[in-house]
Design a protein around this ligand. Structure first.
Ligand SMILES: Nc1ncnc2c1ncn2[C@@H]1O[C@H](COP(=O)(O)OP(=O)(O)O)[C@@H](O)[C@H]1O
Ligand SMILES: [Mg+2]
Length: 312
């Protein structure tokens, strides 16, 4: 059974279309939901929680219909909202205990679980402080703790790294990874920073203007693109001589900045190309800086544009 499944999901706010005919299937593991601000990520998450009603289409979360079973879904799912939701004059421990009880835990269990999850997110020392005095990083951790307190079967994290400095961002991504890998809880995590979730996600779903742009295993975004990049020592004339020598051997190449790109898709014996490059460099006495396979990035999906969406 898919963890999340949407069919023709559409959401309009008046004349604004936030989601348009979205068909996505999310399985176990960590899924990164990426898209620029306004792409529809938060709208999708709120529909999945039954907090917003879709204009058209349907969605199921852990087998439950979002229209009929919103409250059942919310007891099974942990949610880290995008915006600040923490009461400033409450201590983290009291807040997380309260949220645990709201999700149906008995008081004693809620206290034990709250202490555990606060330690897990790195707020063991600070749990008795009022959250109003917390840094942004500490607030995001407290939000994560309340999402985990009731031992959810799925967590939805809406921009957990928003507003964090690079070090805190890495810490948060590491926590996200642990939820998915160490605890085996499926995670759907969003970010407007397109490249950020590549290293923690098993799958990436890309939204653009409320539409699905891509949904793929992370590896197929970041894998080999079939282009070899060659960089030589010296000025443009060395690059040009190398380019001419490669072309002389029938290799489809063209300059890209300081480098030369060779399109291996058009080469029959692609595995011999690296050797050919080395030999040619030696023959024409040009120093090689590097030969490397190009890897894709999620940003490239946006550059390629909507025209490249594979047919469903
Ligand atoms: N309550 C609302 N009323 C009207 N428009 C909204 C509302 N919430 C979101 N939108 C619009 O819907 C689109 C998607 O927003 P949102 O889901 O917040 O995107 P994201 O989380 O990817 O930034 C945006 O154009 C946004 O302005
Ligand atoms: Mg959002």
């Amino acid at each position: 059974m898919a963890v999340i499944e949407t069919r023709g999901l559409t959401k309009r706010y008046g004349s604004v279309t936030a989601l348009e005919g979205l068909d996505i299937t999310i399985e176990e593991g960590i899924t990164g939901l990426v898209g620029a601000n306004g792409a529809g990520k938060s709208t999708l998450i709120k529909i999945l929680l039954g907090l917003l009603t879709a204009t058209q289409g349907s969605a199921r979360v852990l087998g439950h219909d979002v229209r009929a079973d919103g409250s059942a879904i919310r007891t099974l799912v942990g949610y880290l909202p995008e915006h600040d939701c923490l009461p400033p004059d409450v201590r983290a421990i009291d807040f997380v205990v309260h949220m645990g009880q709201m999700s149906g835990l008995p008081p004693t269990t809620a206290r034990e679980r709250a202490a555990d999850v606060l330690r897990h997110v790195g707020l063991a020392e600070e749990r008795y402080r009022l959250m109003g005095g917390y840094s942004t990083g500490m607030k995001q951790r407290a939000k994560l703790a309340q999402a985990l307190v009731h031992d959810p079967r799925l967590v939805l994290l809406d921009e957990p790294t928003n507003g964090l400095d690079p070090a805190s961002r890495d810490d948060m991504l590491h926590l996200v990874q642990r939820i998915g890998q160490d605890f085996g809880i499926p995670v759907l995590v969003t970010s407007h920073l397109l490249g950020e979730l590549e290293r923690v996600s098993d799958h990436i779903v890309v939204l653009d203007g409320g539409r699905l742009l891509r949904a793929q295993a992370t590896q197929s975004f970041t894998g080999d693109t079939g282009v070899l990049l060659v960089e030589v020592l010296g000025d443009g004339s060395a690059q040009q001589r190398m380019g001419e020598a490669l072309a002389g051997r029938g290799l489809p190449c063209r300059p890209r900045g300081q480098q030369i790109e060779i399109d291996l898709h058009q080469v029959s014996a692609a595995e011999t190309v690296r050797d050919t490059v080395r030999d040619l460099a030696c023959d024409i006495e040009v120093g090689l800086v590097r030969i490397q396979a190009e890897h894709g990035r999620i940003e490239d999906v946006f550059r390629e544009g909507v025209s490249n969406v594979p047919a469903p």
